[in-house]
Design a protein around this ligand. Structure first.
Ligand SMILES: [Zn+2]
Length: 228
């Protein structure tokens, strides 16, 4: 019996190593080419991510990547699989710009956009908080108090606003403070707007900025011509 268990265990280990290592270690998760490192992404993809990482801004929104690039693949993989190394790559590539904004704008409080509770249950983590932790940043947590549908699935602006309305709750000393909202991707801006509305209803804040890892084309269009 003991022996049989050992055999089963070995088979299981072999299977695990072959399948999992084969999938996640030997191949770049972004381009699927085989790599000789165990960093999950190959050097070429890293170089590409790095070359397109540029701090830019539209209005009070700072962002690093255009979403419709290799970055969206990286972000999706990170959210789905919580591969720590992808978090390290993101942190490494944004660190300098992120701290530059914090200093330049004298940011006093950082608030990550909270994700849907269902999604935390599915994933077990909120990606924006994890990135802030890695950056050694103290942040204030806003709460998500309403179950909402996935925003990216709602195309109509009014419906999106309705879906996210009164979804947040915030507590803390925000009076007269300079605030930075932190997000991973701004798809249309409706969610982040609602969070700012919630803050403004309760507090007189001094200034508010947004730092997002990426911005979609749609969001850029809305921000540039002020309509949907
Ligand atoms: Zn690659």
């Amino acid at each position: 019996m003991q022996k049989l268990l050992m055999i089963i265990n070995n088979l299981h280990q072999n299977f695990y190593n072959k399948i999992f290592r084969g999938f996640f270690y030997d191949r770049c998760i972004l381009c699927q080419k085989s790599t000789d490192n165990n960093m999950y992404i190959c050097y070429n993809c890293f170089k590409q991510l790095k070359s397109i990482a540029k701090l830019r801004s539209i209005k009070n929104i700072y962002y690093i990547w255009d979403y419709e690039t290799i970055f969206s693949k990286l972000l999706k993989n990170y959210k789905l699989n919580r591969i720590k190394n992808l978090e390290n790559i993101i942190v490494k590539l944004i660190k300098h710009d992120f701290f530059e904004i914090l200093n330049k704008k004298n940011i006093e409080i950082i608030i990550p956009v909270p994700i849907n509770n269902n999604r935390i249950r599915e994933r077990g983590f909120n990606q924006t908080e994890e990135i802030l932790k890695k950056l050694n940043i103290k942040y204030l947590k806003a709460k998500r108090i309403k179950a909402t549908k996935k925003m990216s699935r709602i195309l109509n602006k009014k419906e999106r606003e309705k879906n996210i309305k009164n979804a947040f709750k915030i507590e803390g000393d925000l009076e007269n403070k300079i605030i930075l909202i932190f997000d991973d991707v701004i798809t249309t801006g409706t969610t982040v707007n609602e969070l700012i509305k919630t803050i403004n209803k309760k507090y007189m804040i001094k200034e508010v900025y947004i730092f997002t890892l990426s911005l979609t084309k749609t969001a850029k269009k809305i921000l540039n011509d002020g309509r949907d």
